[in-house]
Design a protein around this ligand. Structure first.
Ligand code: SAJ
Length: 447
């Protein structure tokens, strides 16, 4: 086939898919029905597409098909009505991919035991899609990953079918930007970046998002650009948090209130963005995503020193917090060993129940090692795993607060009774500046 004939074939295939997308005739799929995939599937159905959701967890598939929502960012009634109308269905049967014109892959990309990217879920999803891949299909990877994943992992697996990327099927990358619990930004209104393997891939992928989302759809020249920009977003946060954590350690040594310093710096209306110190860096994005880049950079014989130093600083915060606990109790002529320490909050950030990578876990391990008599209260977490055991959190009461030798504020959940804590506590060590503007009757220390 001549170049012109090939271009004409591609144009025709892309136009055919664009027509299905723009008339909403396209059958679209989402692989992975978690905090990214389920909201995306719901938005696609709300936009008028027939949607099939795929997940390996029977329980999740069953709940979706009963119209039972399990993701906070999804409106229960939206899910219920689109399932009842048959517009959205879930399945563990990947052979239904045959029916799809487009599919988004929203599966986890964790780090493995060796702190290296684990792209096994992405590969497994690509292999399933390849089994049922047909001409004219669009595949978009949304999982956060290192630059090169789409081209080096997905493309070969899909082309093993004999179909050619950019000619027979379309392949793009578009990073998820879901911030669970965010009241202002959600899947529908957050701008989206899209980068395809070819111009046609980018165009059809962008067209689908433009039919589903209301935020700006920002097209870039390749999947690698889109993969790298997502990593930059989260590395930016990681490094800036490390900066203020280092400032917190230095300010403590110098007897300067780092929170006052940051608030003062934040009065600068340009060229500054406030971040705040804390007990460490949690979550499944910020502590992890930068190390996808560190790992890939080694392939180019480049050492991402700044990212790695930021990781070291963030990782030393739990140790710093426990050392401060020792010094504070020492001022009360008490040893950490045997002292009752009440931790307020164990989730990795406020107003969520997510425990992944929570820095409170290493803090608890260190408190345990030092012989502290610790107990945890958290309005969003009833129990959690620590050193292989299930730990129950306790109810927050004035008696509990008053009984503690030290109250350690680790997660500043809105639901806490701040006035009571300020009134009843003997000594507070506040790692979140949570008690700002709250009267405190006992001794008060900040990070
Ligand atoms: N943290 C600090 N100081 C800060 C900000 C955060 O110590 O100034 C800590 C938090 O307590 C937490 C960790 O860092 O332990 C991560 O917090 P985060 O606010 O970055 O929240 P995440 O982990 O939920 O990050 C997500 C990311 N969203 C996506 O990857 C799609 C991130 O890109 C968002 O910017 C972030 O939400 C957000 O802004 O809420």
């Amino acid at each position: 086939m001549s170049v012109l004939e090939t271009e004409a074939k591609i144009e025709q295939l892309a136009q055919s898919l664009l027509n299905k997308i723009n008339t909403k005739e396209a059958m679209v799929g989402v692989v992975g029905l978690g905090y990214v995939g389920l909201p995306l599937a719901v938005e696609k159905a709300k936009a008028g597409y027939r949607v099939i959701g795929f997940d390996v967890q029977e329980k999740r598939v069953g709940m979706v098909n009963e119209g039972i929502n399990y993701i906070g960012d999804v409106v229960d009634d939206d899910l219920k009505s689109m399932v009842e109308s048959g517009q959205f269905q879930a399945t563990t049967d990947y052979s239904k991919i045959t029916e799809l014109d487009a599919v988004a892959v929203c599966v986890p990309t964790p780090l493995d035991l060796y702190q290296q990217p684990d792209t096994s879920y992405v590969e497994a999803s690509a292999k399933e899609i390849a089994k049922y891949l047909h001409k004219g299909m669009l595949i978009v990877l949304e999982s956060t990953t290192y630059p090169g994943t789409t081209e080096e992992i997905l493309k070969p697996i899909l082309e093993d079918t004999g179909l050619v990327c950019g000619e027979d099927f379309f392949l793009a990358y578009s990073p998820e930007r879901v911030d669970p619990g965010n009241k202002h930004y959600n899947t529908k209104n957050t701008p989206k970046v899209v980068g395809g393997m070819t111009k046609s891939c980018t165009s059809v992928a962008a067209a689908l998002y433009r039919n589903v989302l209301e935020g700006d759809i920002h097209e870039v020249s390749s999947p690698a650009v889109a993969e790298m920009e997502k990593i930059l977003e989260n590395t930016f946060r990681n490094i800036n948090i490390a900066l203020v954590n280092e400032m917190a350690i230095l300010c403590n040594k110098m007897g300067i209130d780092v929170w006052e310093v940051i608030d003062a710096a934040a009065t600068k209306p340009y060229g500054f963005m406030p971040f705040y110190p804390g007990p460490g860096l949690g979550g499944h994005c910020i502590p992890i995503d930068p190390f996808y880049l560190t790992w890939k950079a080694r392939e180019y014989n480049y050492h991402t020193r700044l990212i790695e130093i930021a990781g070291e600083i963030n990782n030393e915060m739990p140790e710093f917090v426990v050392e401060r606990c020792m010094k504070i109790l020492n001022k009360e002529k008490k040893s950490l060993n045997g002292s009752k320490v009440l931790l307020l909050g164990v989730a990795y950030k406020k107003d969520i129940e997510d425990m992944r990578e929570s820095p409170v876990l290493p803090i608890l391990e260190k408190l345990e090692a030092e012989g502290a008599d610790w107990v945890v209260t958290d309005p969003h977490v009833t129990e959690f795993k620590l050193m292989g055991k299930i730990v129950q959190t306790v109810e927050l009461t004035p008696e509990l607060v008053a009984s503690a030798d030290l109250v350690l504020f680790t997660t500043n959940h809105t639901a806490f009774d701040y006035e009571m804590i300020g009134k009843e506590s003997k000594v507070i060590f506040d790692t979140r500046n949570a008690m700002k503007d709250i009267p405190v009757s006992g001794k008060y220390y900040k990070l």
